[in-house]
Design a protein around this ligand. Structure first.
Ligand code: ADP
Ligand code: MG
Length: 256
């Protein structure tokens, strides 16, 4: 690991395994084809990318530049047309659908602009349910769900239904659901897009805290002030990374 000298980097140094590669893309392309087999669009044109453990990364770029396509690949929702993707050293590109979805369930936590909570379930059940598919026991599921909800400040709302919570609380519940799976990467697509600015700020503060604890976070955002809180900002353009800026001495917690 590189020697870091400023006090700003202390939290990064203490984070677990900080700097080990978590995601490695080489020559990744994604082509969407027309029904007749001809090329409709080359959504990614050969992306090389290394994401170290513990990094807080923003992906920006105009509409149609390939942000969602890149997120979908990183999040194991889709496979590249060509090139390689290793997630914690495990090759993803060749996995069949079942293995891909298993990998996704074990390693990726998703947070969307729409909270996607199930309205008939309590908050605790919403957080617990995805863990069913990981073969985790009932007791352990419940324990993890409660811990995750306490972490996001909803420990006193376990029995509430989504409709009984504010937008900010619902997004916290969605974050708890993502965290309960103990993911390797937390992926957020415009996580504050449906929130007013004060509530959005509280959610971003939560991301800062998670980053300070060593979580790897990848976030798509259109908001420059949101991206500036991240350690690294990728700009996509026409399916390629146009710029890749690392704020070297960014403090987890945002005060630097
Ligand atoms: P962004 O998220 O930056 O707006 P996308 O990754 O969604 O960009 O899209 C990149 C390009 O790929 C665009 O030209 C888009 O129209 C195209 N595209 C995305 N998804 C599909 C799809 N499922 N089928 C065909 N073309 C797609
Ligand atoms: Mg998109």
């Amino acid at each position: 690991m590189t020697t870091l000298t400023t006090s700003h980097d202390q939290a990064l140094l203490t984070a677990p395994h900080w700097g080990d590669p978590v995601a490695t893309l080489r020559g990744v392309t994604k082509i969407y084809y027309k029904p007749d087999g001809s090329v409709l669009v080359e959504a990614l044109g050969g992306v090389d990318l290394d994401i170290p453990q513990g990094q807080y990364l923003a992906i920006m770029g105009a509409s149609g530049s390939g942000k969602s396509t890149l997120m979908n690949l990183l999040g194991c929702l889709d496979r590249p047309t060509a090139g390689t993707y290793a997630l914690q050293g495990q090759p993803v590109a060749e996995l069949d659908d079942e293995s891909l979805s298993h990998m996704r369930g074990r390693k990726i936590g998703f947070i969307f602009q729409a909270f996607n909570l199930i309205s008939q379930l309590t908050i605790e059940e919403n957080v617990e349910t995805p863990l069913l598919y990981q073969g985790i026991s009932r007791t352990a599921r419940r324990k993890r769900a409660i811990e995750a909800l306490e972490l996001v400040g909803l420990g006193d709302r376990l029995g509430h239904r989504p409709s009984q919570l504010s937008g900010g609380q619902q997004q916290r519940a969605a974050i708890a659901r993502a965290l309960a799976a103990e993911p390797v990467i937390l992926m957020a697509d415009e996580p504050t897009g449906n929130l007013d600015s004060a509530t959005g700020e509280a959610i971003l503060k939560l991301f800062d805290d998670l980053h300070a604890k060593g979580m790897t976070i990848i976030m798509v955002t259109h908001d420059d002030s949101v991206a500036q809180r991240c350690e690294r900002v990728l700009w996509m353009r026409d399916g390629l990374i146009e710029s890749d800026v690392i704020h070297r001495h960014k403090t987890p917690g945002g005060s630097g």
